[in-house]
Design a protein around this ligand. Structure first.
Ligand code: FES
Length: 96
């Protein structure tokens, strides 16, 4: 589910991690991998993609390329950086 489709009441009492909480200093493997793969163009999609990737790797630490494609394609990147997005998730998975 997308956070933009949830109300605060939907997560009442739950722990919620935001992009700011993922790594205060930007050193989370996914953040470092996106820099290394030069993923963002405009950056509009970045927070959503990083958080979706974090959830994916939490559930599945070694996803296949097809699993990454299926998961990450649910978030729109208007700049079309999907190949770099997929590579960054693979890079982060290999470093975790
Ligand atoms: S980098 Fe521009 S929307 Fe994804």
């Amino acid at each position: 589910m997308f956070s933009c489709q949830m109300s605060v009441g939907d997560v009442d009492g739950a722990d919620v991690t935001t992009i700011e909480g993922l790594s205060p200093d930007g050193t989370h493997p996914l953040q470092k991998a996106r820099v290394a793969e030069q993923v963002p163009q405009c950056g509009y999609c970045q927070s959503g993609h990083i958080m979706r990737a974090a959830a994916l790797l939490s559930d599945n630490p070694n996803p296949t390329r097809d699993e990454i494609k299926e998961e990450m394609s649910q978030n729109l990147c208007r700049c079309g950086t999907y190949n770099r997005i997929f590579k960054a998730v693979e890079r982060a998975a290999s470093q975790a």
